[in-house]
Design a protein around this ligand. Structure first.
Ligand SMILES: NC(=O)c1ccc[n+]([C@@H]2O[C@H](COP(=O)([O-])OP(=O)(O)OC[C@H]3O[C@@H](n4cnc5c(N)ncnc54)[C@H](OP(=O)(O)O)[C@@H]3O)[C@@H](O)[C@H]2O)c1
Length: 292
């Protein structure tokens, strides 16, 4: 069953693919990565999340976008895939720094258009607010790029509910991409998820199986392991299905650099958790919402 990406009207499967592990060290060879992406497309992946900065450092900007462009260019599924990218960070010496000045965002967007080999980016997300740049200036530049036809839809990432509100006062924001996994439900508790629901914005959960920092804890969590054993799937698949059960506005973008993890994630697309199991996971991870 597909879900709508906020007010864009675009429909995608609720489990997409985050491209980051294909471009950060240790990373597969380019030909292995392209072959894996093409297999993913064959398996029905229709939503890809990438970024200009998924790469080794500033000398390698666009690595991840170029991989997806290579995999997509002659694949029969290419017209049915939503490719979302991001701008607003830079990678000097491999560090992650903010780069949200309007001129930097414009240059990043133009580089991404070239890396992706497209004339328009369907969903362009501000990677993170830049503390040295007024938020409205960064967001305003994305809407100028949209007016010029370089972007179709604008999304935000790593924002608070207040920043989402500020973004919406500049123009239609279709998505917010923040971290969310069973051991990090801050988006539930800080009101971002509720703000997305209220305003018809999609919530794209990044690092949904724990990311670099907490993947081991998520995949080894006894409640997820037991539920997976019960259902004949892995703990990661259960984690994704449970996140999706929290709200119809949630989309997930697990990263994968191997086919078995990709398959495990895609198995969550059609997995409906039995109510008893779902209630147990709700109790375990304590997702209850703050009173309105
Ligand atoms: N907006 C932001 O600031 C931001 C920040 C971080 C990430 N992201 C986006 O979110 C995506 C996902 O986040 P992430 O890559 O940090 O973390 P993640 O999806 O939580 O974890 C990714 C790792 O977990 C493994 N994995 C994936 N699905 C699995 C499953 N179903 N079962 C067991 N293991 C599984 C993969 O291993 P293998 O590599 O061995 O296949 C992968 O490397 C990124 O690729 C990126 O697109 C955005």
């Amino acid at each position: 069953m597909k879900r709508t990406v906020g007010s864009s009207g675009l429909q995608v499967a609720p489990v997409g693919w985050g491209g980051m592990p294909l471009s950060l060290p240790p990373r597969p060879t380019e030909s292995d990565a392209v072959a894996l992406i093409r297999t993913g497309l064959d398996l029905g992946v229709d939503f890809i999340d990438t970024a200009d900065v998924y790469c080794r450092d500033d000398g390698d900007i666009g690595h991840n976008e170029r991989l997806f462009a290579r995999a997509l260019h002659d694949h029969p599924a290419r017209t049915n895939v939503l490719v979302a990218t991001k701008g607003g960070l830079c990678r000097p010496g491999g560090r992650w720094l903010a780069a949200g000045r309007p001129e930097a965002l414009r240059a990043a967007c133009e580089r991404s258009l070239r890396a992706l080999g497209v004339e328009q980016i369907t969903l362009y997300q501000l990677h993170a607010p830049d503390p040295d740049v007024p938020f409205a200036d960064s967001v305003g530049e994305l809407f100028r790029l949209r007016e010029e036809g370089k972007i179709v839809h604008v999304g935000l990432s790593n924002v608070s509910a207040e920043e989402l509100g500020a973004g919406l006062s500049v123009g239609p924001i279709v998505s917010v991409q923040n971290q969310m996994h069973p051991l990090d439900l801050s988006a539930v508790h800080d009101g971002v998820l509720a703000a997305c629901e209220r305003t018809g914005v999609a919530f794209i959960a990044y690092s949904p199986v724990g990311g670099g920092a907490e993947r081991r804890e998520v995949l080894g969590h006894p409640a997820l392991v037991a539920a997976g054993a019960n259902l004949g799937v892995g703990a990661g698949t259960v984690a994704l299905a449970w996140l999706l059960s929290l709200s119809p506005c949630i989309l997930t973008i697990p990263g994968s650099s191997r086919l078995d993890t990709l398959r495990a994630s895609l198995a969550a697309r059609g997995l409906v958790l039995p109510p008893v199991l779902r209630a147990q996971l709700d109790d375990t991870f304590g997702h209850s919402r703050p009173a309105a």
